[in-house]
Design a binder for this molecule. Structure first.
Ligand SMILES: [Zn+2]
Ligand SMILES: [Zn+2]
Ligand SMILES: [Zn+2]
Length: 145
């Protein structure tokens, strides 16, 4: 779960064999503080802290961190762009998303371990995980109706 735990950004970068840079650490810290953020929103929160950071740089860093398993890229059906969050080890949570305002919340795995769901026929493929999104309407949006 992406709760407010200490994410030890430099240690995680070193463990993944990535060079520790101010920008990479800042991206991890930004996502740890505000999970499920798009590259654009990571960029806009970094712009104030780091001078000279550009959106393509942020995309590049997110790509490196995703490849290294430090960050998880989440594609949700009702999100305009891919969202990112810091990935903890053995993390297998799912997402609850409001189809009206796009609010995203983490929910624990329905079963407790991947792949969570098993198809009736796997076509000979080994299932790694079931990517589950609960599409929902949040109470704020419900009230506005
Ligand atoms: Zn909503
Ligand atoms: Zn999440
Ligand atoms: Zn699950």
């Amino acid at each position: 779960m992406t709760v407010a735990t200490e994410h030890h950004a430099p240690e995680r970068l070193r463990a993944a064999g990535l060079r520790v840079t101010v920008q990479r650490v800042a991206v991890i810290e930004t996502l740890a503080a505000r999970p499920h953020a798009s590259a654009e929103s990571v960029f806009s929160s970094l712009r104030d802290r780091l001078s000279g950071v550009a959106l393509p740089t942020v995309h590049g860093i997110l790509g490196d961190l995703t490849g290294a398993g430090i960050v998880r890229r989440v594609s949700l059906p009702d999100a305009a762009s891919a969202l990112y969050e810091v990935q903890d080890e053995f993390d297998n949570h799912h997402h609850l998303q409001c189809v009206e305002c796009g609010r995203v919340e983490d929910v624990a795995c329905a079963v407790g371990e991947a792949p969570c769901l098993h198809p009736s026929h796997d076509h000979g493929m080994r299932i790694i995980e079931a990517s589950v999104t609960y599409r929902a309407i949040c109470s704020d949006c419900e009230r506005k109706k």
